[in-house]
Design a protein around this ligand. Structure first.
Ligand code: GLU
Length: 291
């Protein structure tokens, strides 16, 4: 058996708002796990959402993470062998991956609107990548139909055809064995969006593999996305990393923390005189970074 490669972890914040305590806890755990493994940590800016991206958020997210006491070995501000570390600068890599998926006959253009899918699926949804309703099989094109070249299609989503009925599994570092059935727990999902932007699933898998990440640490709201990304790794012949999904933080009323919780943003905590040590020591005390 060949020895496993040295640990490489990553922080992948999106500059679409100020980071809150929930993000901070996940990133702190990611940094701890990299440090405890004697590994490297990469910071990648997930700045593909042109509508919600703001430069001041991008600057604030780096400053807030540094204030918290985190540091990284590679990133947009420090460079590194896998630059650029902003997803907006990595488009050719995503595009090449898309062409490979097309060449393998695994994707198809889809002109159905989100509303069509939601109505046909009859499922409630909240809007996050994991809440995507299962794409109805009736909307799929005939698998024998020729797939048009990507450049010929404008304003459509490209979806990956999932292997219906196949059970996918991975062993999560915190949650243990995880399983999902393709076509039942999640359906065909976008890899390229009609606004001509790669989807989160595609960009994330291409970058985590391309940057040699060995363990992805993120919130447990993304467990289902992990199954989608496992299909992308497999389709592209890329090695999948290990996964460690952290518990999510809730506010006093039990609602999951979101960027709208301004009072729990790192900025607001800092302005109120909280120290990074007091914030992080509570997590260290409850053993948040796991084994
Ligand atoms: N930028 C994504 C987010 O903030 C990253 C998710 C991930 O860690 O894969 O939700």
């Amino acid at each position: 058996m060949s020895p496993s490669p040295p640990y490489r972890g990553r922080l992948a914040p999106s500059p679409t708002g100020y980071l809150h305590l929930g993000h901070a806890r996940t990133f702190w755990i990611a940094a701890r796990r990299a440090r405890d493994s004697g590994g490297a940590l990469v910071l990648r800016s997930d700045d593909l959402d042109a509508e919600r991206y703001r430069m001041d958020f991008a600057q604030a997210m780096l400053a807030d993470l540094r204030w918290l006491g985190l540091s990284w070995d590679e990133g947009p501000d420090v460079g590194g062998p896998h630059a650029p570390y902003n997803q907006s600068g990595r488009r050719p890599l995503y595009r090449a991956a898309l062409e490979r998926l097309r060449g393998a006959g695994l994707i198809y253009p889809c002109s159905r609107s989100r509303r069509d899918v939601i109505e046909a699926a009859g499922a409630p949804h909240e809007g996050g990548p994991d809440d995507e309703p299962v794409y109805p099989a009736a909307f799929r094109p005939d698998p024998r139909a020729p797939v048009p070249p990507i450049g010929d299609t404008v304003g459509v989503n490209w979806r990956l055809r999932v292997p219906d009925g196949e059970e996918l599994a991975f062993d999560d570092g915190r949650l243990g064995p995880q399983r999902a059935v393709a076509g039942r727990d999640f359906g065909d999902f976008p890899v390229w969006r009609k606004d001509d932007c790669p989807s989160y699933q595609l960009a994330c898998a291409v970058d985590d593999a391309g940057m040699g990440i060995t363990e992805v640490v993120r919130g447990e709201d993304l467990v289902r996305s992990t199954f989608r990304q496992l299909l992308i790794y497999r389709a592209l012949g890329l090695p999948a990393p290990r996964f460690y999904h952290c518990a999510l933080m809730a506010d006093d009323g039990g609602a999951r923390l979101a960027k709208r919780h301004d009072s729990l943003s790192l900025r607001a905590l800092r302005a109120r005189g909280e120290s990074p040590e007091s914030i992080c020591s509570a997590w260290a005390a409850d053993g948040a970074a796991g084994a």
